[in-house]
Design a protein around this ligand. Structure first.
Ligand code: SF4
Ligand code: SF4
Length: 168
């Protein structure tokens, strides 16, 4: 499992959601790094070891989930997988040939992230990297469960965001 985490980090190195490595933080002054103090990013199983001795972060347990809390600033090289893939997310889907990965907008960012809200088309290399990282992670049952649960949350949010769209 440790190797899958390491491989996911490696795959996501050097890609960004916008073409040519453009910094999407300039669209919004890095709004996704400015959550409340107790908000954080869910860690994948095995990922927590990378942060145990890093003073930039602390880990909070919630309903059996491990949540990484940051101070809103980090050395980008150490940010977690959730931040590397945001504002997209890999959702496992059953196919005739086994588990496939659907890369979707992270609808938790609908109100804050311009890429999600305006459905800005992501760079194809980034989508491919998220898909591949998701495929590595999905080989572990616990991580597959985390991704499926998050995908189910997006399904719930989809009806809400659609309703928001209809009132505009
Ligand atoms: S992911 Fe979205 S909210 Fe975060 S910096 Fe990029 S555009 Fe802004
Ligand atoms: S870990 Fe870094 S990239 Fe992720 S939300 Fe915190 S400051 Fe932003």
């Amino acid at each position: 499992m440790k190797d899958a985490i390491r491989d996911a980090y490696s795959i996501l190195r050097g890609v960004t959601p916008l073409p040519n490595g453009l910094d999407c933080g300039k669209l919004c002054a890095k709004r996704c790094c400015r959550g409340a103090d107790d908000e954080g990013m869910e860690l994948f199983c095995g990922e927590e070891k990378r942060f145990e001795n890093d003073p930039q972060f602390r880990i909070r347990e919630q309903d059996g989930r491990k949540i990484l809390i940051c101070g809103g600033q980090c050395d980008r090289r150490s940010r977690p997988l959730a931040c590397r893939m945001y504002p997209f997310y890999p959702v496992p889907v059953e196919t005739d040939r086994g588990i496939g990965i659907r890369v979707v907008y992270d609808l938790r960012g609908f109100a804050t992230c311009p890429i999600v809200h305006d459905r800005i088309r992501p760079d194809a290399r980034f989508v491919q990297a998220v898909r591949l990282a998701g495929a590595y992670l999905a080989r572990d049952a616990e991580n597959r469960r985390i991704m499926q649960q998050t995908g189910a949350l997006f399904d719930e949010l989809a009806s809400f965001t659609q309703a928001v769209g209809e009132t505009e």
